[in-house]
Design a binder for this molecule. Structure first.
Ligand code: PLP
Length: 385
């Protein structure tokens, strides 16, 4: 019988409609595997939106390649496709299409530009499980896609990630690299993560999230828990044990979550519609999303007049409020110059960073949470233009 990691990989690939899936310790490791398999290296360029998590940029830097940032458009927070072609050079090796918050990118335009220049598209689906574009699942458009199962993601294995592809050549190259180089997760880390998943299931509800997150970050800094990112990951130098596979415990959690996926996605869709309605009633100008896109939002983004005040006050009101993304290469402590980002490079993204907070759509947040959260956000108010 196949081991549990293979069972999770197979279940996920089947659900997506891809032929191959490879499970890793984190989503960022999956991206690294894909880039390696594509032969990305020294002085190559990888295009991605300037509104992302720095952990997404690290694999590019680890390979000696250069991240090239495209500004976003303000409704879906995705790469502004009108700016994409201007970023392509003879060194461009990959375009990363990140489906931000779960809003699908304009895939037709991206694929058309990419094909014209012979550049592969890799989809960042870390926030977009279940989202569709023109009726087709995100993760099935590009040459490959990668997924994250970290705490804040559509479902969680504690931390964890997958790479998927239906390209047999690419799959073979990823497999060869994994067989030669992939580290096994240390038993101690795997066990600790199992305990953390248990604590998460028992303790984390919308009213307790802010307090629990603060405690978790403190414990991570002390090295007492397996955190989402270690201190050394805030630099573009790869740690020795970065390229690590998924543990059996993570995969077991993944297999369990796969069984609940459709319910999870239906709930998040419903929460998206509910927030649309409640925010409109509260006076927000909720932008229309293009009809081709059917997003499943991992968090519901909303712009507010005073983000700093909202973030500071939310825990006092037991409101679960997210900060994605605090700066173009989230989080705030990222030394952005080491990643080639200069202030002013992506002005639309920078404005979004100043204004956007996000609201929970997960299954522990229902209508009562949505109403309480929107009431809190209403007191802060929409941005004044
Ligand atoms: C858009 C996006 N892509 C990729 C990642 C990396 O995922 P992981 O934390 O599983 O490595 C993140 C991190 O949170 C993210 O927000």
């Amino acid at each position: 019988m196949a081991n549990v990691v293979s069972r999770f990989e197979d279940a996920f690939a089947r659900w997506l409609g891809a032929t191959s899936a490879f499970a890793f310790w984190k989503g960022r490791v999956a991206l690294y595997a894909i880039l390696r398999a594509l032969g990305v290296g020294e002085d190559d360029e990888v295009i991605l939106p300037g509104f992302t998590c720095v952990m997404d940029v690290n694999p590019i830097k680890y390979l000696g390649a250069r991240p090239v940032y495209v500004d976003i458009e303000p409704v879906t927070y995705n790469m502004d496709v009108r700016l994409l072609e201007g970023k392509i050079t003879s060194r461009t090796r990959v375009i990363l299409a990140q489906h931000t918050f779960g809003y699908p990118c304009e895939m037709d335009a991206i694929l058309e530009i990419a094909a014209r220049h012979g550049v592969p598209v890799i989809e960042d689906c870390c926030l977009a499980l279940g989202s569709t574009y023109k009726g087709k699942r995100c993760g099935t458009f590009g040459l490959a896609a990668y997924w994250s199962f970290q705490w804040n993601k559509p479902f969680t294995t504690g931390i964890g990630g997958l790479a998927t592809t239906s390209d047999s050549g690419l799959a073979a190259r990823i497999r060869t690299i994994c067989e030669a180089e992939l580290h096994r997760p240390p038993a101690k880390s795997a066990l600790m993560l199992t305990a953390e998943r248990l604590a998460y299931r028992t303790l984390i509800f919308p009213r307790t999230t802010a307090l629990a997150t603060a405690a978790f970050r403190w414990l991570t800094r002390k090295g007492a828990v397996v955190g989402s990112s270690s201190a050394e990951e805030f630099s573009p130098r790869m740690a020795q044990d970065f390229f690590m596979g998924m543990s059996a415990g993570q995969a077991r959690a993944g297999v369990r979550q796969m069984r609940r996926t459709e319910k999870n996605l239906a709930h998040r869709r419903e929460m998206g519609r509910l927030y649309d309605r409640l925010l409109r009633e509260a006076g927000w100008d909720v932008p229309a999303i293009p009809e081709a896109m059917d997003p499943v939002l991992v968090r519901y983004p909303v712009r507010v007049a005073d983000k700093a005040r909202a973030v500071a006050e939310a825990p006092k009101h037991f409101v679960e409020l997210g900060t994605w993304f605090e700066c173009p290469l989230h989080p705030m402590e990222t030394p952005m110059e080491l990643y080639g980002y200069r202030q002013g490079m992506c002005p639309v993204a920078e404005q979004a960073c100043r204004e956007v907070v996000n609201l929970p759509t997960h299954r522990r947040a229902g209508e009562a949470t949505a109403r309480r959260t929107v009431e809190f956000v209403r007191r802060i108010g929409p941005p004044r233009r």
